[in-house]
Write a protein that binds this ligand. Structure first.
Ligand code: OSB
Ligand code: MG
Length: 376
């Protein structure tokens, strides 16, 4: 198959509640969706997880759209026998821009698998029809407000809670959640907000039996995480640092993490995500599926990934209603008793609600592929 049409669609969707992290507060998401049509007549959809600012990682959504249009699509359009597997190799000479590449791989995989009537879950090697899921809870205005929010999620059945932390909001919220909700499965995510000098403060979290501490130090500080790991009893988990299977292998070899958060967008796609899963499994390192406040499209694909055997911890994959008043997929995803169904339809297995998409779209760009059959 070969690409015949590509549409880059931007939408703005308000979150049901603001999401505050150590790197900022998101009130709504500016989302880039990619729609591809192939010469065999199949369509596929991908979601780019880049945020509207380069504050989680260096990528941001305007930059992603530009690199897709100007550098990635000319390369993909030149491939005559395109498959999902062929996307990353065709884009490999472009450095970085993994979230942009992942969105394209996702759309091509969706189209390919729909054409073959295979689900993404089966294609990746899923071994479960349902996966346990947790919820990621932003930094709150106060401890009572946090307890209220966590209580709502636990009432809804989520089996694990992740609290966002930063200096000044770490021990107190963890202590409060532990004393109110007992031995609920609990973990924290710092999004790089600490330094090694904070080791003794972070060691205070050891008293609370957390599953893990996620990404306390900067993205490129693998050695710092290894040093910190020696000073803490709580297992360290890396998110931002794990940009590839190679980075995962290095982090594991150096003792920088005992657990890995896998986000397909961050690592350049679902196929690299699966390689990281396999590498971690071979090293006895458990993994879980992270989230980037995706629409139901991205989360449906994440559910397929999270159904692989070494995803032994609950993911940041919550129901549509945790994020949106109205999702862009025609059937909202639902969490029940802390479990979500792995989609079993062909491709990613969800359909876009096109009339709602139209209403929330802020721009639509049809990329002209005809003049760009040869890579720049
Ligand atoms: O660090 O895991 C993170 C959202 C945006 C950017 C980074 C992160 C997150 C989350 C949300 O924690 C997880 C979700 O999608 O539910
Ligand atoms: Mg994280």
């Amino acid at each position: 198959m070969r690409l015949s049409e590509v549409e880059l669609r931007r939408l703005r969707l308000p979150l049901v509640r603001p999401f505050r992290t150590s790197f900022g507060t998101e009130v709504d998401r500016d989302i880039l969706l990619v729609r591809v049509v192939t010469d065999t007549g199949t369509e596929g959809w991908g979601e780019c997880v880049a945020g509207d600012t380069p504050l989680y990682s260096s990528e941001y959504v305007d930059g992603a759209q530009q690199v897709i249009r100007d550098f990635l699509l000319p390369r993909l359009a030149a491939v005559r026998h395109l498959t999902g597997e062929g996307v990353a190799p065709a884009l490999a000479d472009v450095k970085g821009h993994r979230m942009a590449k992942a969105a394209l791989e996702m759309a091509v995989l969706d189209a390919e698998l729909r054409g073959r009537n295979v689900s993404l879950a089966d294609h990746l090697g899923a071994v479960r029809a349902q996966v346990p899921v947790g919820v990621s809870v932003g930094i709150a205005d106060s401890i009572p407000a946090l307890l209220d929010e966590v209580g709502q999620y636990l009432d809804q059945g989520y089996v694990r809670v992740k609290l966002k932390i930063e200096p000044g909001w770490d021990v107190a919220p963890v202590e409060a959640v532990r004393s109110r909700f007992g031995d609920v499965a609990l973990q924290v995510d710092a999004n790089t907000a600490y330094t090694l000098d904070d080791a003794s403060q972070l060691a205070k979290l050891d008293a609370f039996g957390l599953l893990l501490i996620e990404q306390p130090l900067p993205e490129d500080d693998i050695r710092g995480h290894a040093e910190l790991a020696r000073r803490l009893r709580t297992p360290l988990c890396l998110d931002e640092s794990i940009v590839s299977a190679r980075a995962a292998a290095d982090a594991i070899a150096l003792g920088a993490c005992a657990i890995v958060n896998i986000k397909p967008g961050r690592v350049g796609g679902y196929l690299e995500a699966r390689r990281i899963h396999d590498l971690c499994a071979a090293n006895g390192v458990p993994v879980w599926c992270g989230g980037m406040l995706e629409t139901g499209l991205g989360r449906a694909a994440n559910l397929a990934l999270a159904a692989l055997p070494n995803f032994t911890l609950p993911g940041d994959i919550s129901g549509s209603d945790r994020y949106w008043k109205r999702d862009v997929v025609d059937k909202p995803l639902h969490a029940s008793a802390g479990q979500m169904d792995v989609p079993d339809g062909s491709g990613i297995g969800v359909d876009i609600d096109l009339s709602w998409l139209e209403e929330v779209s802020t721009s639509t760009e049809s990329v002209d592929l005809s003049g760009s059959r040869r890579p720049l």
